[in-house]
Design a protein around this ligand. Structure first.
Ligand SMILES: C[S@@+](CC[C@H](N)C(=O)[O-])C[C@H]1O[C@@H](n2cnc3c(N)ncnc32)[C@H](O)[C@@H]1O
Length: 226
């Protein structure tokens, strides 16, 4: 069972009642996604590598909020974004239609973009603008075969390791890292001790950076050393 709830910045999130977990922070869904995935992920990567194109992998498409923010991001307009996102349990249409993200984003065309993302056919690459292509993969990330050496940036946005340890398993992380190229960067809201140890074991250089409201730190991990 899923329940729509309002977070502190006014934007919605969804609560998964069996897991007792929300899709985003209750301190502000838009604020959280913007901070972790856009500012500390997308902008960090583009600024650090002066990239003119970027291949992104998201674990957990969910409400499509991270995809929407990435697609509409003004700072990276003109930079070609190829966005692959794995989702095992797509949300029902009735729930998606109630989400209020477009009205919380300062972008013209947010409502249309949100609709296009959700209407994009699963398991197919779909071009939505000159600089944004999405491929929504309806699959369990734990058994997903990823392209190797392909991704620049990974948004690791599964439910928390406490409720979904299998998604954070070292074998899954190993597979994800294999899919990344040698400049690859992972960002996630979780700062779980086991996840950090696994990143270190897998030769990733991780750092804790300030988190969004309500969260002291988040994790960013890079393949390249500084
Ligand atoms: C914390 S929510 C975040 C979703 C999304 N990024 C958003 O902004 O709405 C986690 C998402 O991971 C999905 N998920 C859970 N287990 C999964 C699995 N094994 N493989 C792929 N996706 C999974 C859930 O259905 C949910 O949509």
């Amino acid at each position: 069972m899923l329940q729509l709830i309002k977070t502190s910045d006014g934007s919605h999130t969804i609560k998964h009642l069996e897991l007792n977990e929300t899709y985003h922070s209750t301190h502000g869904a838009v604020q959280e996604s913007n901070h972790i995935y856009i500012e500390q992920g997308l902008h960090y990567f583009i600024d650090r590598f002066k990239a003119k194109s970027i291949n992104i992998l998201e674990i957990g498409f969910g409400t499509g909020l991270n995809a929407l923010l990435t697609m509409l991001d003004e700072r990276t307009r003109g930079i070609k974004k190829t966005y692959h996102t794995a989702e095992a349990f797509p949300l029902p249409d009735g729930m998606i239609k109630q989400l209020n993200y477009p009205e919380h984003l300062p972008y013209e065309g947010a409502a249309q973009g949100f609709m296009q993302l959700h209407e994009a056919t699963w398991n197919k690459e779909v071009t939505l603008s000159n600089d944004f292509t999405i491929h929504k993969i309806h699959a369990d990330v734990c058994s997903l075969k990823l392209e190797e050496d392909f991704y620049d940036l990974v948004y690791f946005d599964a439910f928390a390791p406490r409720v979904q340890p299998e998604v954070w398993a070292k074998s899954v992380l190993t597979n994800v890292i294999r899919g990344m190229n040698n400049k690859g960067v992972i960002v996630t809201y979780s700062a779980s001790g086991q996840f950090k140890r696994d990143l270190k074991d897998l030769n990733m250089q991780f750092e804790e950076v300030p988190g969004p409201p309500g969260k002291r730190v988040m994790v960013r991990a890079c393949r390249l050393r500084k």
